[in-house]
Design a protein around this ligand. Sequence first.
Ligand SMILES: *Cc1c(COP(=O)(O)O)cnc(C)c1O
Length: 505
Amino acid sequence: MKLYSTRNKNIEANPKDAIIKGLSSDGGLFTPKIEDLLANKIDLQKMLKSSYKDIAKTVFKIILSDFSDDELDTAINGAYNDDNFCGYDKVVTPITKIGDNFLLELYHGPTSAFKDVALTILPYFLTIAKNGKSHQSNDSQDKVYILTATSGDTGKAALSGFKDVNGAFITVFYPTDGVSSIQKMQMQTSQGNNVSVVALNGNFDDCQRLVKEIYVDEEIKKIAKDNSIVLSSANSINIGRLVPQIVYYIYSYINLANEKHINFGDKINFVVPTGNFGDILAGFIAKLLGTPINKLICASNRNNVLTDFINNGIYNKNREFYKTISPSMDILVSSNLERLLYLLSGNDSDYVKKLMDNLNATGLYEINDKIKSLVKENFEAYFADEDECLDSIKSAYNKDGRIIDPHTAVAYACLKKYEKEKKGTPSVILSTASPYKFVRSVLPCISDTPIDKLDDFMCMEKLNELTGEAIPKNLYNLKNMEIRFDTTLNYADCKEYVINSIKRM
Ligand SMILES: *Cc1c(COP(=O)(O)O)cnc(C)c1O
């Protein structure tokens, strides 16, 4: 499927090229046209017997259409196997009950983050796209340098996915103090000879702005070219990150129909803890491809810029930025919203460019009435503050017997708000992180034990004792791992760091 820059209809790319480039040279995001998606609806009835891998292949063949069957098989089998995903019954994304609704558990990958679903497979896509050979192949000239901004989970998932992949180098920028202590430890202890990690003095939006600026920086582009290096991205601005996330929406639907929780054809809601708008956008694409979705419910924390946008059509990032206990959602500029605007405007890249120019110049934009009503037709939006988040962790445990992390808890709180107004449609909450990763927030909600004298690992043990829920090995093993990366930089020094890294490759 041809992909286009959201900001310029004359810039197009094949999927492989778009995955290598990450971002379009004009700063736009590579995106399919809406009519191309609508023309490729999947017949879900025919897929009722399909496995996760079968669904993945069906979706990939539609959008990543320049990958051969063999290439897709290599990628899918390399990523979605039992070594990487240890969900119940060896399922990539298990679905379980929570009250009358459902939890789509996306955190059973190698770093206990939902990002693993995409970041275990992106390195395969990228290396295959680059040299048409397998992941481990050694003989391509160009190296790829992957720059990644993280609000916590992307960083570790990308470091893990790209570890020792030949011809690839990766640097992750995370905001100082913007991530949980376990997330920080996960990144700082990363293994592999091709990885580096930098703490940036700033917040996630600074990290994301930095990475976007580096891609379009003429000096860096030239130095990269002279050193035979291609810059790419592991953020959800890369279409190769987004496409794997479509799969679990379709899988959920098929699974619920197979288990007779719903009648085939009935619509369901998805409640998505949202930051950069990548995950929920994947849900919208799943809907365009034929999944019977009623509403995509956008759940935000105190940084509720998306709640306001969906409810009134005005995107306004000129507001206070809050650090919360759901740090992966502490974002004021949600990059993938640009793709939604592109799709809903009927691929009107001139219009999208105008909005993005407004955002850059004034920090805000307002969409027209037609797009406003399309947004309302497909989305609902709520937010939960810190107390509501903590109350949700408590109530999920006490009423439903489930332990959820703070991001999932934000979604849980938002679903309760939605159900107060509109009941009736079964909902699937996307559970995006293991509660063990945010154990210092979770444990006090379900136990009176004071935690100030306990380290993170003692907290994990305590949570395990109380609930019987297994501690993910990748998290507990951090206890004995050495810190390899403790660099902290100011924004102004990051460009030089990148240039030096390129020269050393
Ligand atoms: C990344 C992340 C989110 C937000 O996903 P987006 O695609 O950025 O909207 C939510 N929860 C967790 C735990 C995450 O890591």
